[in-house]
Design a protein around this ligand. Structure first.
Ligand code: CUA
Length: 319
């Protein structure tokens, strides 16, 4: 998989591509600059004292008789306390935002396993190692692991959350840029850990809807019907029940199915043509082939007209 490198937004940080990123970075930079100030505030006097009070010979070698300074002790207690309390509230504010997803968030079920990511969208679409999200809409991932601990990390969004077997964890973000960015597993999960990465594709709402509808990303051309049909055969689980090689699974094989004369359970017979395939997808139990259980679910509402056409086109090619 080719991935865009993470784009740097500043000297230390990647680009900010989510609504929470700014606040997280601000908290980080407050700590960072405080550290720098303290480092300088300690090291400069230290160096000065080393120079000023360096040993100059036996006659100067006497110890100061200062025992304590109340002012100094109070100030080095109070000032850090105020700083730490301030940092607590900065952190609390960001943490509250990061923990509670807005009510209108788009929920995407996320599963991690050694060594891949699976994303299931509200309409049942699935993508693997590629998370596609709309820009400007809160997205909430409801995550779990099939095996060991993994962790979901998108540096540009500043979100990171463990996935735990046997329980659900969540993370949410709202992407602010049309981006193609990287997602990492950031919990050591086995030998394939470093390969367990994926991409996050942020599309405009209309592009996202189109991708959900057609599976096409911006700039992609539609597949020829037979190829789309072949894809649907796998992605819509036709392959669970219908073989391509003549073997019997749950349902009749697709090998040579188009044009075949089938014996129906009620004793009549039907020729497999465009209309029969269409009917079998939408009302699968109307004309069940003799000797097979009537267990096929209806695809009404799950397949669009173009999908049905594509499946028919594909079945014509399965000989
Ligand atoms: Cu999954 Cu590391």
């Amino acid at each position: 998989m080719s991935l865009d490198p993470i784009e740097l937004g500043s000297f230390w940080m990647p680009k900010q591509s989510s609504t929470i990123a700014q606040e997280i970075d601000t908290a980080w930079y407050i700590v960072y600059w405080l550290d720098i100030a303290m480092f300088i505030g300690l090291m400069v006097p230290l160096a000065w004292f080393m120079y000023r009070y360096k040993k100059r010979g036996a006659k100067d070698n006497k110890v100061s008789d200062v025992t304590h300074s109340t002012t100094l002790e109070i100030s080095w207690t109070i000032i850090p306390t105020i700083l730490v309390i301030g940092l607590f509230f900065v952190g609390l504010s960001g943490w509250m935002k990061a923990m509670v997803a807005p009510g209108n968030a788009l929920e995407i079920r996320t599963t991690a396993e050694m060594y891949m990511w699976t994303f299931t969208y509200p309409n049942g679409n699935v993508s693997v190692n590629e998370l596609v999200v709309p820009k400007g809409q809160p997205v909430k991932l409801i995550m779990s692991s099939k095996d060991v601990l993994h962790s979901f990390f998108v540096p540009e969004f500043r979100v990171k959350q463990d996935l735990v077997p046997g329980t659900y964890t969540t993370v949410w973000f709202e992407a602010t840029e049309n981006r193609d960015t990287v997602l990492f597993c950031t919990e050591y999960c086995g030998v394939g850990h470093s390969d367990m990465m994926g991409r996050v594709l942020v599309l405009d709402k209309a592009e996202y809807d189109n991708w959900q509808e057609t599976g096409l990303k911006p700039g992609e051309k539609p597949l020829p019907p037979a190829e789309l049909g072949k894809k649907l055969y796998a992605t819509r689980s036709c392959n669970t029940c219908h073989s391509l090689d003549g073997s019997r699974i749950q349902g009749p094989t697709f090998k040579g199915v188009f044009g075949r004369q089938e014996q129906i359970a009620d004793g009549s017979s039907v020729k497999v043509d465009e209309n029969y395939i269409r009917e079998s997808l939408l009302e699968p139990n109307k004309k069940v082939v003799q000797g097979y259980p009537a267990v096929m679910p209806t695809y009404k509402g799950l397949l669009k007209e173009t999908d049905i056409d594509a499946i028919i086109a594909y079945l014509k090619t399965v000989q």
